[in-house]
Design a binder for this molecule. Structure first.
Ligand code: HEC
Length: 267
């Protein structure tokens, strides 16, 4: 009996020592460019699934059919999620190409419940690149994203474009209802750096040199740029300029023309 116990202790000790040796040996490859071993992949994936569904169990789901919620969610998705999760008409980005695991296409129907999607969006998934948006966004805003995700798989490219288009005729009625989601490009700071005239000017200068394209969509097309400009004007029309927003940027932007200066790298 004692011998069996001693054997077990010794065995466990050896296992532990072996594990430590392996850990420190550098044999395990952490490169994102390599796939996990199938067993590791299965273990990680099942662990993640179980973890998410357990934690999502007690979450109460609000009404996700409110058109205003869906509209707000669409805008947040366009700004924050497309670089990894794509959108109708966008089949790849340079950010997505380098990630392992590859972010799922959220344009395809999900087997996840709304509560699970909410939990993932709020808390993120460690070591995958999926950020915890709850660090920067209110629950209500996260539900808007979920509400939009439920619709996204049904949307054609045109539907999608319409869902993120600023509603010009309703511009006046659209009074300050828009949430500020921050831009991927401003993520280095608090997401508000573009409201600071000094840094806006600095950014514009930096843009003049090398343009790597819009960090959100990773596309170099001016249509995307035109889009955010439109959002900008929409905001200006909302009278948000009153709080000192970007007079510098307003002048820096139209003049920068950096897309035409032949400095663009073709990615
Ligand atoms: C930097 C890349 C990146 C960004 C940006 C990003 N995600 Fe993710 N997301 C991921 C990755 C990677 C996964 C997959 C994780 C896994 O499979 O373990 C994921 C998974 C998810 C899932 C679970 C999908 C499923 O059905 O399994 C949801 C929902 C999700 N993301 C929503 C969002 C939303 C909403 C945004 C924007 C607010 C967003 N993500 C932004 C990388 C990203």
């Amino acid at each position: 009996m004692l011998r069996i116990l001693a054997g077990m202790v010794l065995g466990l000790g050896l296992l532990g020592a072996g594990g430590m040796a392996y850990m420190h040996s550098g044999m395990y490859n952490v490169a994102a460019s390599d796939d996990h071993l199938p067993l590791v992949e299965t273990v990680l994936h099942s662990t993640m699934h179980a973890s998410v569904s357990t934690r999502a169990e007690d979450i109460e789901v609000p009404d996700l059919d409110d058109p205003e919620m869906i509209r707000q969610g669409a805008r947040a998705y366009e700004e924050l999620c497309t670089a990894c999760h794509l959108k109708p008409g966008l089949d790849g980005t340079v950010l997505r190409a380098g990630l392992n695991p590859t972010p799922p296409r959220l344009t395809e129907p999900s087997h996840r419940s709304p509560a699970e999607q909410f939990w993932i969006i709020k808390h993120g998934i460690r070591m995958t690149g999926m950020p915890a948006w709850g660090e920067t966004h209110e629950d209500a805003e996260l539900w808007e994203m979920v509400a939009f995700l439920r619709r996204l798989p049904e949307l054609s490219e045109q539907d999608y474009a319409a869902s993120i288009a600023p509603e010009a005729p309703q511009g006046a009625a659209d009074d300050g209802h828009d949430h500020e989601h921050g831009k991927m490009s401003a993520m280095a700071g608090e997401g508000d750096s573009r409201d600071d005239p000094a840094s806006a000017a600095g950014q514009a200068q930096a843009d003049d040199g090398h343009d790597h394209g819009d960090p959100v969509t990773m596309k170099d097309d001016s249509a995307a740029h035109g889009d955010s400009e439109a959002v900008h004007q929409d905001r200006a029309a909302d009278g948000q300029d009153a709080d000192g927003n970007d007079p510098a940027q307003a002048t820096a932007r139209p003049g920068d023309g950096h897309h035409d200066d032949g400095h663009d790298h073709a990615h």
